[in-house]
Design a protein around this ligand. Structure first.
Ligand SMILES: [Zn+2]
Length: 131
């Protein structure tokens, strides 16, 4: 398992105001579970927990790539907080998501192809080196 996320897109890819789905990302799949179907969630003490309250901290998850993870979402001051909300490829926070306010959408030409792998580019909000 690479990460667990929440999404405002339901299983039919309809955008909602509230979170609808939990996503479990693995190396080759994404498992999407409606939040309404989840009865409980428990947390285990992790070897990767922050040792103190100085956040954000680089966490080594032992990934084969050597990539380190931040302990907090971008814009969050603790690991438990949500942080900011961003659109794909944009670096500024936003509260609404429409074609009209998306930086890579043009009413004449449609969506710009910024690629599906933007890691290490200027389109990333917080490259690891800034942590
Ligand atoms: Zn931390």
């Amino acid at each position: 398992m690479d990460s667990v996320r929440h999404s405002r897109l339901n299983l039919d890819s309809m955008l909602h105001a509230d979170y609808e789905v939990q996503e479990v990302w693995t190396a080759d799949s994404v498992y999407r579970v409606p939040l309404a179907a989840i009865d409980s969630v428990s947390f285990a003490i992790s070897y990767f927990s922050c040792p103190d309250s100085h956040h954000p901290r680089a966490i080594d998850l032992g990934l084969p790539s050597g990539t380190k993870w931040a302990c907090c979402n971008v814009g969050a001051t603790t690991p438990e907080r949500y942080g900011g909300y961003y659109a794909w490829g944009e670096t500024g926070e936003k509260t609404s998501y429409y074609e009209s306010n998306y930086g890579y959408y043009n009413t004449s030409t449609g969506y710009a192809d910024i690629g599906s792998d933007i890691a290490g580019t200027s389109l990333i909000i917080a490259p690891f080196s800034s942590i």
